[in-house]
Design a protein around this ligand. Structure first.
Ligand code: SF4
Ligand code: ZN
Ligand code: ZN
Length: 332
């Protein structure tokens, strides 16, 4: 490649902003954006994540990954003919939640994407910080439970075909390796590009399954996406097993470019095997009708224990009203 003063893009005369070693490409800003769009488009096709006419609920936290995901899906939705609706949950975690909410509101306004905004404190009278103070459960496990419930109810009431999550390659592979080492094989079944919908459980899709963390970071940067500039105070400290595995995989990737994507594809090929056992024994909660492993779902149990009553039914009502107000569902 002729360089002159600077390296030129593989497709045009513009200067290179990044080198994608596994694809043997040097890309300018414009062609990097196109490269990521094409990559996500191929992921959608390869794993059959979305079909024409689908309604996709995109969970947006305000961090770079989910923000980049919404931006990419919003661009691809026109080309592929599917509908995108954003969901943001104000978790009531002090300043962090306030900033995240502002960021997501701005992003959705800029993109013209409808936003379903759920305020946890307003809905159940307690945010994650309050719930953590009342519970012995670790913050992220409690928060994950609440988010999964609210996402599922919103997607179910919206009649969405899937919930799109911003998990990328470097989020997923370390958990896949850890689950394999510990032989929690059904856990791997939850970490693939797609989990199918079943009755009241709305399936998840991960369009960034083959996109690395550095790629989402660059994408968000080059698109000047608004992102929340601080981490949640409950974010796990560095030094976890997942961090160690991530470092190991990145070292292999440096020596063998393309290794991580090849690994992710190999896992995806065996997903049906890993998914065996998932969702078995799931029924509907006696209180709210959402997926449950016994007669009461995890959210109703949690709110019953911490707040004195199972709040699933109220939440479903509340979300239904919000969606009617936003004209995203018709009044029955
Ligand atoms: Fe929730 Fe933990 Fe994420 Fe904070 S770091 S938003 S508590 S899951
Ligand atoms: Zn270029
Ligand atoms: Zn319930």
């Amino acid at each position: 490649m002729s360089c002159g003063k600077f390296l030129k893009c593989s497709f045009c005369e513009e200067p290179v902003v990044t080198i994608v070693r596994y694809a043997k490409l040097r890309l300018c800003k414009k062609h990097f954006t196109e490269f990521i769009h094409r990559k996500v488009l191929k992921t959608i096709e390869r794993y059959r994540l979305v079909e024409r006419g689908c309604r996709i609920l995109v969970a947006v936290s305000g961090g770079k990954d989910s923000t980049a995901l919404l931006h990419i899906l919003s661009a691809l939705s026109k080309q592929l003919g599917f509908e995108v609706i954003a969901l943001h949950i104000d978790l009531g975690i002090g300043e962090y939640s306030k900033k995240a909410r502002v960021v997501v509101e701005k992003l959705c306004k800029d993109l013209g994407v409808p936003l379903v905004l759920l305020d946890l404190k307003e809905m159940i009278g307690a945010g994650i910080t309050d719930l953590v103070a009342k519970s012995k459960r670790p913050a992220c496990s409690l928060c994950g439970l609440v988010k999964r419930y609210l996402m599922n109810v919103t997607a179910f009431e919206l009649k969405a075909h899937a919930i799109a999550l911003g998990h990328h390659l470097d989020d997923l592979l370390p958990y896949i390796v850890k689950s394999f080492v510990l032989q929690n094989l059904s856990e791997i079944g939850k970490l693939g590009p797609k989990t199918e919908s079943r009755e009241v459980f709305i399936g998840r899709i991960r369009p960034l399954y083959e996109v690395s963390e550095s790629e989402t970071t660059l994408y968000a940067y080059f698109q000047s996406l608004p992102i929340v500039d601080e981490s949640c105070p409950y974010t796990a400290r560095k030094g976890s097993i997942e961090d160690e595995i991530r470092r190991f995989l990145n070292n292999v990737e440096v020596k063998r470019p393309g290794f991580k994507i090849a690994f992710a594809r190999a896992v995806a090929k065996n997903m049906e095997f890993y998914k065996k056992g998932l969702m078995s024994g799931v029924s509907a909660c006696n209180y709210c009708g959402m997926p449950a492993l016994s007669n009461m779902c995890a959210f109703c149990k949690l709110t019953y224990r911490l707040l004195g009553k199972p709040m699933g039914p109220e939440i479903r009502d509340r979300i239904r009203k919000t969606l009617i107000e936003l004209k995203l569902v018709a009044q029955q």
